[in-house]
Design a binder for this molecule. Structure first.
Ligand code: NAG
Ligand code: NAG
Ligand code: NAG
Length: 435
């Protein structure tokens, strides 16, 4: 039994070795053929390949054709490979290429010369260049960076420029010293701005920044680059870059001029499109209806600027509306804030019902007060003299309970216990009766 697996393994190993031998043999046969077929000189790698940071989260890759490359007979192109932080691969006939990329982890790219118009020439070897990660102690960079943009009002007459406020927040890195101060920058296109208004945490470190009026073209397609770097006397603070698609962080304004009304059983709400670069057909809305009497929320989604509903029974309704740019016009983004509640309708209870409730409340209150006084008077003399107990019903109840228990127990000793129990019980009986 023990020999079978080992002989089986031997057989397996033999097969594997045979296969490896065949592959090696194949390779030695094929490789020279390959070399032979490409005997014509392959292209030469590009010269002077450099990578430079040209802006916040922006690099320029530049190279030159090899000076020794004979170019009269062949048009040259280049194959660019981004190795990190995010892999990418593309071809170009230019000798430079601009990229937007986060740079806090460094950057690396390679380029090689290729024939541009499908000549059967072998591409060159690769040349590689890059940027090293900026200095900084581990765990000092800001984390959880999020931003929201908000288009305020249109600026200029053409209506293509919108004043956008940008707000970002982050958390200090776990290893960031207590005196760390983070700086916030953004770049959109060629414009870079440093933040001037910061929010702080309990230790006084900056954890949020606000740009009240950046000039970002409405419906901008470029990426928004954001950098949080910092300084401290105790450690080098690692920077953090992030690129945002504007649509993903652009929180539209809430709808305007919300009005609502109830007529009979018809509840209607109307509103206007929010201030935005997007036209009317680009919006979708949500209406939140709070039925105050039943205490429930209902949310309705729609693309019109009006909502009507049939309501049954009088109630107060609190209505709020919010907006988002619909996927018809751009990829999904965040919802606006809710508008302030508009309250319509009333809790029209019938008058007799209200009076009944008031009377009931008064009666309950009176009985409660009465029971408290009774309870107090049984323990405290001044109260007892002020409100002398009503003797007849009290003794009556006690007698009744005692006599029953007496009959049941049939012993003198238990009778005493039962009597004291009955005395306590009397007030509780009264309390139970009240509530
Ligand atoms: C590469 O750069 C060096 C120095 O910057 C320069 O002398 C040389 O001409 C450049 N090579 C090419 C092919 O442009
Ligand atoms: C920060 O981000 C990490 C992972 O990205 C997450 O686990 C953590 O809950 C976030 N912290 C806060 C306070 O949002
Ligand atoms: C932070 O980044 C900005 C923009 O890249 C740069 O101008 C500034 O010198 C940096 N500050 C620190 C403290 O690294």
């Amino acid at each position: 039994m023990a020999t079978r697996p080992s002989s089986f393994c031997l057989l397996q190993n033999l097969i594997v070795m045979a296969l490896a031998f065949l592959i090696l043999l194949g390779a030695t046969v094929i490789l020279p053929a390959d070399f032979l077929s490409d005997k014509k000189p392959s292209l030469l790698p590009p010269a002077n390949f450099t990578v430079t940071a040209t802006g916040l989260a922006q690099v320029l890759l530049r190279w030159e054709p090899s000076p020794d490359q004979e170019r009269r007979s062949i048009k040259l192109g280049y194959h660019v490979k981004i190795n990190g932080p995010q892999e990418d691969d593309y071809e170009t006939s230019d000798t430079e290429s601009s990229r937007e990329t986060v740079l806090h982890e460094g950057f690396s790219a390679s380029v090689r010369t290729i024939p541009w118009e499908g000549h059967p020439v072998r591409p060159s070897g690769w040349v590689t260049a890059g940027l090293s990660a900026p200095a900084g102690a581990a765990g000092t960079s800001a984390v959880n960076l999020t931003c929201t943009a908000n288009t305020a009002a249109s600026e200029g007459t053409r209506g293509r420029q919108y004043r956008v406020s940008l707000r970002c927040s982050w958390l200090p890195g776990q290893a960031s010293p207590e005196d760390t101060w983070y700086f916030l920058y953004y770049r959109y296109g060629s414009q870079t701005e440093e933040c001037r208004e910061y929010g702080r945490d309990v230790l006084g470190r900056s954890v949020a920044g606000w740009f009240p009026g950046t000039v970002i073209p409405g419906r901008g397609r470029d990426l928004l680059a954001v950098r949080v770097n910092g300084s401290s006397r105790h450690a080098a603070i690692r920077p953090l870059d992030r690129l945002f698609a504007l649509h993903a962080i652009d929180q539209v304004n809430p709808p305007l001029n919300v009005t609502a009304g109830v007529e009979g059983t018809r509840l209607s709400v109307q509103w206007d499109k929010p201030i935005s670069a997007f036209p009317t057909h680009c919006f979708e809305y949500e209406v939140k209806i709070h039925n105050a009497r039943k205490g429930y929320f209902q949310v309705e989604k729609m693309t019109t600027q009006e909502f009507t509903s049939t309501v049954h029974g009088a109630s107060r309704y609190s209505l709020q509306v919010r907006a988002a740019v619909s996927p018809v016009c751009r990829p999904a983004g965040p919802w606006s804030a809710w508008t302030r509640p508009v309250v319509v309708g009333s809790d029209e209870r019938k008058p007799w019902a209200e009076w009944f409730l008031i009377a009931l409340a008064a009666a309950v209150g009176f009985l409660f007060a009465f029971s408290l006084i009774r309870r107090a008077s049984s323990r405290c003399h001044p109260w007892a003299t002020l409100f002398p107990p009503v003797p007849a019903p009290k003794s009556h109840i006690k007698d009744f309970i005692v006599s029953i228990n007496y009959e049941k127990s049939g012993s003198g000793e238990t009778e005493v216990e039962v009597m004291s129990y009955a005395e306590e019980q009397e007030l509780e009986v009264l309390d139970d009766f009240v509530f």
